[in-house]
Design a protein around this ligand. Structure first.
Ligand code: SF4
Length: 455
């Protein structure tokens, strides 16, 4: 039996597809080169923007046409992820080609779907009397993979007024630390060198259940406690870099900053979505921190880890945003100077609190404001990168450059890309190099030196 996945959206979806991939492989299924000839096609979807859903509807239409054309009926079509959660079984009425709709917490029914396909019983109702509870599970690792996500929490309780995630992912659930450590040990055995702890609101992790023996104190385990536990677990491990994503500024405690600073294992890069620089807009977005609190947080992070690079998300054109609010965002960017930013303008999303807000900004103004934010960010990125020229750096080798087979793509812990001449055999190894020049946002180095043992 063969399967083909199409994954859209965030890293949570990538991690979930990798977990579903493992379920298929453990049943003896093999991955197909494309959806057309597969026995099962799974679309792991995103609902954050309408455009993401429209794109998936296009893919469903394509597979529907394929199923109509093929006498044997074509692949079993499964729609999973946020769009499946949001639209539910109603999606099957709108798109009869869809055989199964599998919401974000419905992964436990996936083996039943595979079984139904194996028995050529596609389309039978699954025996799920109740909505299954979300379960964390391990992901499939590709041969030679040296970097992996480790989901540690799922869902979000924050209800930022523009965001659909809490409605489609449900409330926060944290993963048992014993299961997190077990997955990390398994990744270590499989040659992984860098892990990213993953969650919609990763730093609000909190485990109230039983704790591993290594944890000295009783009581709930919060995010900094988990980081400490992982740092101790990895003291002599070949996993040398740990990142986490996405951190919410309002939940980034001084203790988390202290633990990061204490252990060099935690990469000196932090993605800290600010979204806006105006308190009025932050309040309308229900972000639950102020501009001043965000600036204080950044000051504390930089004083604890002067080498750290920061990146962010910026959302312009929110309903009610004035020209003055935009100036406050530009001003905050100039004060902080992010290494890079994901910048976008507001698009109304049905089902969110902001959908009914008055004061929508017209498209032309939204585009102009976003253009100013992007232009400013470009100058900051260039300035920060130029200041790094001449620095000696540790990098993780990602692989051969697609443009030149004699060159390697590497990345620093600050999330900067460096191209350097080198051999493919260095892929997955830690090495050192000097940042000698800059082309666009990519550094170049003249030579690379392998760290002892590639670690
Ligand atoms: S923290 Fe806000 S933006 Fe992030 S997932 Fe939760 S509701 Fe959405």
């Amino acid at each position: 039996m063969t399967y083909f996945f199409e994954t859209y959206g965030c890293q949570m979806n990538s991690a979930e597809s990798a977990a579903l991939d493992l379920v298929c492989r453990e049943r003896g299924w093999t991955v197909a080169a494309e959806g057309e000839g597969a026995d099962l096609v799974l679309l792991n979807t995103c609902s954050v923007r309408q455009t993401a859903e429209t794109r998936v509807m296009g893919r469903i239409a394509l597979y529907a046409a394929l199923k109509k054309k093929r006498k044997a009926g074509g692949p079993c079509l499964v729609v999973a992820g946020c769009m499946a959660e949001r639209l539910g079984e109603g999606l099957k009425k709108t798109c009869p080609a869809v055989d199964y709709v599998m919401g974000t917490s419905a992964r436990p029914v996936f083996p039943l779907i595979l079984e139904a396909v194996e028995n050529a019983r596609t389309g039978v109702p699954l025996q799920t009397a109740e909505k299954p509870a979300f379960a964390f599970s391990s992901s499939h690792l590709e041969e030679g993979q040296f970097r992996s996500f480790v989901p540690i929490m799922h869902g979000c309780n924050n209800f930022c007024s523009y965001c659909i995630v809490p409605y489609v992912r449900g409330p926060e659930i944290s993963r048992d630390p014993a299961s997190i450590l077990a997955e990390i040990r398994s990744l270590e055995e499989h040659g992984v060198r860098e892990i990213t702890l993953l969650g919609q609101n990763v730093n609000s992790y909190r485990w109230d259940g039983s704790l591993p023996r290594e944890v000295p104190s009783a009581g709930p385990l919060a995010f900094p406690g988990l980081l400490r536990l992982i740092a101790r677990e990895l003291e002599r491990s070949p996993i040398r870099w740990v990142r986490f994503l996405s951190a919410n500024p309002k939940d980034l405690s001084p203790e988390t900053v202290a633990v990061m600073a204490e252990y060099p294992l935690f990469c000196r890069h932090l993605h800290l979505p600010v979204q806006h620089g105006s308190n009025a807009i932050l309040a309308a977005m229900n972000r639950r921190y102020t501009r001043e609190q965000y600036l204080d947080l950044v000051r504390n992070i930089r004083s604890a880890m002067p080498e750290i690079s920061l990146s962010t998300d910026i959302l312009t054109g929110f309903p009610g945003e004035t020209a003055g609010d935009l100036e406050e965002t530009l001003d905050l960017m100039a004060e902080i100077k992010f290494l890079y930013a994901y910048m976008y303008h507001y698009n109304p999303r049905e089902g969110t609190a902001a959908y009914g807000l008055p004061g929508r900004i017209d498209e032309k103004t939204k585009r102009e404001r976003l253009g100013r934010v992007i232009a400013l960010q470009k100058t900051h990125t260039q300035e920060l990168l130029k200041n790094r020229l001449g620095r000696r750096n540790r990098v993780l080798v990602e692989g051969i450059s697609r443009k030149n087979a004699d060159e390697l793509i590497t990345r620093t812990e600050r999330d900067e890309m460096v191209v350097v001449p080198g051999e493919a055999s260095l892929t997955g190894c830690f090495a050192e190099l000097t940042l000698s020049s800059l082309r666009g946002n990519t550094f170049r180095a003249k030579e690379i030196q392998l760290c002892p043992g590639g670690l």
